[in-house]
Design a protein around this ligand. Structure first.
Ligand code: ZN
Length: 219
């Protein structure tokens, strides 16, 4: 299935349809060679007088000058009109285009051809099937996004909790370390004091001993 792009490249130059067909009856449109392309010079530029537009050719009618369908259904793309005609009908297409300003007609034709293609592809839902599918996809993705956002908020809260816990534990550890340091200092002080005390004691003992042994018992 080929996709129709919504371009409007078919400018109005294709409206220069031949008016020489007026003498020919409708059967001439059957053979592509019957309306011969005529070449002329207008303002020193060669212009090609094209065969009737695809719509008029398919409808087997005379493609008049200023044919409302000609700018949008060039003879090079007959499938476009066949598709739109099959679903909307020629008179509906013409009516719709006549009711629209010229600036919006190309887009209208593009969307009609798109819709017609979708309807032929899916006779039950047409392009509504595609729209529903896409809407479902959108709501699924929105739900997925909401879940991901909730998960993110949860993870951020957990992270904040963990940081708080780590800070508290670090503070506790620091406090314990300080206490240990203090205890060690106190112990060292105590030890130092006991050393001094012991030295004093030894000294006194030595002094006593000295006093005992240095002195002759008898002279
Ligand atoms: Zn036409």
């Amino acid at each position: 299935m080929h996709t129709k792009n919504m371009d409007s490249t078919h400018s109005s130059d294709t409206t220069t349809t031949t008016t020489t067909l007026s003498h020919s009856n409708s059967s001439t449109s059957q053979s592509p060679a019957s309306p011969p392309a005529q070449y002329g010079m207008v303002n020193n530029a060669p212009i090609v007088v094209l065969s009737p537009c695809a719509a008029c050719k398919i409808l087997r009618r005379r493609c008049v000058d200023k044919c409302v369908l000609a700018p949008y259904f060039p003879p090079t793309e007959p499938q476009k009109f066949t598709t739109a005609h099959r679903v909307f009908g020629a008179s509906n297409i013409i009516k719709l285009l006549q009711e629209l300003p010229e600036s919006q007609r190309a887009d209208a034709v593009s969307s009609m051809v798109y819709e017609a293609n979708a309807r032929i592809r899916d006779p039950v839902y047409g392009c509504a099937g595609t729209i529903c599918q896409l809407q479902k996809q959108v709501s699924d993705l929105q739900a997925q996004l909401a879940r991901a956002q909730a998960e993110l908020v949860n993870t951020q809260a957990q992270h904040a909790n963990l940081v708080t816990l780590i800070c508290m534990e670090m503070a506790q550890l620091q406090q314990q370390q300080q206490q240990q340091d203090q205890q060690q200092q106190q112990q060292q002080q105590l030890l130092a004091m006991s050393d001094i005390f012991q030295n004093d004691w030894l000294f006194t003992e030595e002094a006593c001993q000295g006093s005992i042994w240095d002195e002759p018992l008898w002279v």
